[in-house]
Design a protein around this ligand. Structure first.
Ligand SMILES: Cc1cc2nc3c(=O)[nH]c(=O)nc-3n(C[C@H](O)[C@H](O)[C@H](O)COP(=O)(O)O)c2cc1C
Length: 342
């Protein structure tokens, strides 16, 4: 089968991957209610297309924390890309750069942050988990020295979610090298459970890079994030892998956008599989979206080319959705394109 959409890549990736890895990638936490909700939330909105608009040219370009990108679609941080393909994160970063967008490299990448940066032909960002302050400080300084353009602190992981597929397959520890750490030091990393909002000031004292918080789901926390002076928020529930039964990201997005009131950038991730999903997220106020699993599926199926193709499919679909809804610029995509139907 020649894959023509993201679902095709999912099917092909499942055929290709060892079940332990497949289940590690696919799994959510608990009963996977949130994992499913991330997808079904999109169906609660229908599109209201406008007609007789000159849509011969649609402009998808924007900036993210000042970095120009050719489309509002970024590569979410995900761990262990060598599980998908031997070229691992090197393939992913090349694909993202070739597509004119940004990869956010995970703390628990299977390639060192320096090697990823060296393979990048454009800007990349670094995702941070803080298990120990010393380790985190070292990672931030290394990331800055390697040329990363932003730090994305993941805040929804004081502990790891209850990922039962991982328990059944014991996938994580057995399968994946975390290249940013010495083998001896290696403990599977997530953000520690004693961190509080003071960590932002500490991070700010270490780096001049823009700071994003990933994993905000409420207006209350969005407000605190703004008060602590972050450059951006990523509305995320970790792809349904942390607190099961937490709110779908598309549902959480409006209250975050409202609380922020333009004072920092807001992105979202979770369940983005179609260009129309992106259109809906932008209409509810996201400046950009991130994609997680689809990139892993692309990598698994065809390495760098597969990851690149996944990005190009999403770009093409978003462009078509904009043309068919009569919105030719990202700025023209507002709530008037949506009708709540569920
Ligand atoms: C296999 C896998 C590994 C992940 N690893 C990380 C990680 O290391 N750091 C992080 O902040 N988020 C991680 N995430 C969450 C993603 O960044 C993102 O929030 C999520 O995948 C988006 O949902 P989607 O997969 O439906 O696109 C991971 C997700 C998956 C599926």
């Amino acid at each position: 089968m020649q894959p023509i959409n993201i679902a095709d890549y999912e099917t092909l990736a499942q055929e290709k991957l060892d079940p332990a890895i497949w289940n590690y990638y696919q799994g959510g936490s608990g009963d996977e209610v949130t994992l499913r909700a991330n997808r079904t939330a999109f169906e609660r909105y229908a599109l209201r297309p406008r007609v007789l608009v000159d849509v011969s040219h649609c402009d998808l370009s924007t900036t993210v924390a000042g970095t120009p990108v050719t489309m509002p679609i970024l590569v979410a941080p995900t761990a262990g890309h060598v599980l998908a393909h031997p070229d691992g994160e090197l393939a992913t970063v090349r694909a993202a750069c070739a597509a004119g967008t940004v990869m956010i490299a995970s703390t628990v990448a299977s390639t060192s942050l320096e090697d990823i940066a060296a393979a990048a032909t454009g800007p990349a960002w670094f995702q941070l988990y803080i298990r120990s302050m010393d380790r985190a400080k070292e990672l931030v300084l290394r990331a800055e020295a390697a040329g990363y353009r932003a730090i994305v602190l993941t805040v929804d992981t004081p502990r790891l979610g209850n990922r039962e597929k991982d328990m059944r397959y014991n996938a994580r520890r057995r399968l994946f090298p975390a290249a940013n750490f010495d083998e001896d030091d290696f403990t599977f990393s997530y953000t520690g459970d004693s961190l509080t909002w003071e960590v932002i000031g500490w991070l700010r004292s270490l780096t001049t890079l823009p700071i994003f918080l990933k994993g905000i789901l409420t207006g209350e926390d969005a407000l605190l994030a703004v008060e602590h002076g972050v450059e951006g928020i990523i509305v995320s529930n970790h792809g349904g892998r942390q607190l099961d039964e937490s709110i779908a990201t598309l549902e959480a997005l409006p209250e975050v956008v409202e609380a922020v009131a333009g004072r920092c950038e807001v992105y979202m991730d979770g369940g983005i599989r179609r260009g129309t999903d992106i259109l809906k997220a932008l209409a509810l106020g996201a400046r950009a979206v991130l994609v997680g699993r689809p990139i892993l599926w692309g990598l698994a199926v065809n390495g760098e080319e597969g990851a690149r193709h996944v990005l190009e499919i999403l770009r093409t679909e978003l462009e078509l959705a904009m043309a068919l809804s009569g919105r030719t610029t990202l700025a023209s995509i507002d709530q008037s394109v949506l009708k709540r139907v569920g």
